[in-house]
Design a protein around this ligand. Structure first.
Ligand SMILES: C=C(O[C@H]1C=CC=C(C(=O)O)[C@@H]1O)C(=O)O
Length: 509
């Protein structure tokens, strides 16, 4: 595909001719049917005007194969404009998506699905996706486990997708069209029109639902599960299993837009990956995770082993000293590091470099080893697919051996993890990155389910591990239940259902 500039428009041009693209400068340009087309529409404008330009740009396009991507540069690229875009257009589009990498280098808000698959294997078949295109992935932790009804619509294996409209870092608004789909024009135009003419929501701060009741895993069941995990250790079947539990809220009414939690979660955990996915109305999975699965650029991969947790009870320095000298935490994290190194080797790495550090989060610290390696010289998509297969799930969220841990968790956890602790990220033209979607929650109608897990090793104490999962739930419980951190911790530790009565304090941002 060649790129040319016509009348202020950059156009991808196919050799066969046949498809007419009417550029914004008025020039009509012929591009090949079946070829991928990338067109940058000139002139910086506001978001609404940008959406109109995309609609105009679409008018002259025809064809029934190949990707079409129209891009407009928009001026509103303030600190939260991408997240605000996704929040404001919630009433105009049922399918929403948001992702921000830990350092913020990649940030995207997506609306509608231009292309969607339910199997992660489909990622290896997207080799022909066009230049500049990013494919986003939200994978399930264990797709072999029977799906819980709460996770319906999140795909059999998760979702692999390209949004219709993307608002990307650097202030670029993108329209993605897969012209091989029947009725691609109606679908794309329909989505754009809804966004342009629909009623944009006011930005309202999250306010906890007026009345809600909590329930979730019980500490007695937790202790019994740990006992059976330890039996597996004794029988020599496993060395580590990461057991998770849930904290559920039942509300009297559907709570406010869950996407409005994202800025608050990010404030509490600024050094996290921020993500949200709404495959349909009243179903949202979101979170703010400290854990990177991998970052891949060219053949160079960065990854990390994050495990081992110590509470920060006032004095961070003491917590750091404690965790650095804790044999149990070092063992637990060492298993993850070793597994990741062997996964990297499976993907062609000859040597792996590593440095240790500590991750500081509200109320806790984790051990981390940052790892880097050079992989075999294959395409980025090929390497990303192989990394996903080899690394996911790591023993930071599953256990060892992976198959034994997975089947034990399927027996012991009385709920489907769905996307919790699965990979969440993208494969793009020049880079690919995934986080592990821990520190997350699912919103289904009037239910809100918070997930957290803890690595169980032979020396684990059930009560301490229960407290550890409570610590990990604090940011969510603080926000969902309108509590301070101490109350949130107590609620997360308690076996007794709590009845919340919040005050109605919705306010403009
Ligand atoms: C499984 C979770 O955390 C993992 C990541 C960091 C530390 C962990 C731990 O100490 O057990 C877990 O491996 C979770 O937050 O749900």
């Amino acid at each position: 595909m060649s790129i040319g500039e016509v009348g202020g428009v950059v156009v991808g041009r196919g050799p066969q001719g046949g498809l007419m693209c009417n550029g914004m400068g008025g020039a009509e340009v012929e591009v090949g049917d079946g070829e991928d087309v990338v067109q940058r529409i000139g002139g910086v404008c506001g978001v609404n005007e940008g959406l109109r330009k995309l609609l105009d740009g679409l008018r002259g396009c025809r064809g029934n194969s190949g990707w079409l991507r129209l891009e407009v540069e928009v001026s509103e690229s303030g600190p939260q404009s991408i997240l605000d875009f996704v929040r404001r257009l919630g009433s105009c589009c049922q399918e929403r998506f948001y992702y921000r990498s830990r350092e913020g280098g990649v940030e995207v808000g997506g609306l509608g699905f231009a292309w969607k698959r339910e199997s992660l294997d489909s990622l290896s078949k997207v080799g022909e996706l066009c230049k500049g295109l990013r494919v986003y992935v939200a994978g399930k932790f264990d797709s072999e486990r029977p799906a819980g009804s709460e996770w319906e619509d999140f795909g059999a294996d998760g979702l692999v997708f390209v949004p219709v409209v993307e608002y990307r870092e650097g202030g670029v608004l993108v329209l993605n069209v897969d012209r091989s789909q029947s009725r691609w024009r109606e679908h794309s135009e329909g989505t754009l029109r809804q966004l342009i003419t629909g009623h944009a929501d006011d930005l309202v701060s999250w306010n906890a639902p007026l009345s809600h009741q909590s329930q979730g895993s019980k500490s007695g069941d937790w202790a019994r599960s740990i006992k059976s995990i330890k039996d597996k250790f004794q029988a020599g079947e496993s060395s580590k299993i990461v057991l998770a539990r849930t904290f559920n809220f039942e509300c009297e009414r559907t709570p406010p837009d869950p996407f409005s939690l994202l800025p608050l979660l990010h404030e509490l955990t600024p050094n996290g990956f921020l993500f949200g996915l709404q495959p349909m109305k009243d179903k949202v999975f979101l979170g703010c995770s400290p854990e990177q699965l991998f970052y891949l650029e060219s053949f160079e991969v960065l990854t990390e082993s994050l495990a081992g947790t110590c509470a920060v009870d006032g004095n961070r320095k003491e917590a750091v000293e404690y965790i650095l000298s804790s044999k149990k935490d070092r063992y637990e994290q060492g298993l993850v590091t070793q597994h990741i190194i062997s996964s990297l080797k499976q993907c062609g790495a000859r040597s792996v470099d590593g440095t240790h550090d500590i991750v500081h989060l509200p109320h806790l610290v984790h051990l981390r080893t940052k790892l880097s390696a050079s992989l075999t010289e294959r395409s980025l998509l090929d390497n990303a697919t192989r990394l996903l297969q080899a690394m996911n799930p790591t023993p930071a969220v599953c256990g060892l051996p992976t198959s034994v841990a997975k089947s034990s968790l399927s027996d012991l956890e009385p709920f489907d993890r769905g996307l919790y602790s699965g990979p969440f990220g993208y494969v793009g033209e020049n880079s690919s990155e995934f986080c592990v979607s821990i520190r997350s929650a699912l919103f289904v109608g009037q239910r809100m389910i918070v997930y957290a897990g803890a690595g169980i090793v032979p020396t684990s104490d059930p009560e301490q591990e229960w407290h550890e999962t409570a610590l990990k739930m604090i940011p969510f419980l603080q926000l969902l239940g309108e509590m301070d951190a101490e109350q949130a911790f107590e609620a997360a530790c308690s076996d007794i259902p709590v009845h919340f009565m919040s005050t109605d304090t919705a306010s403009d941002d």
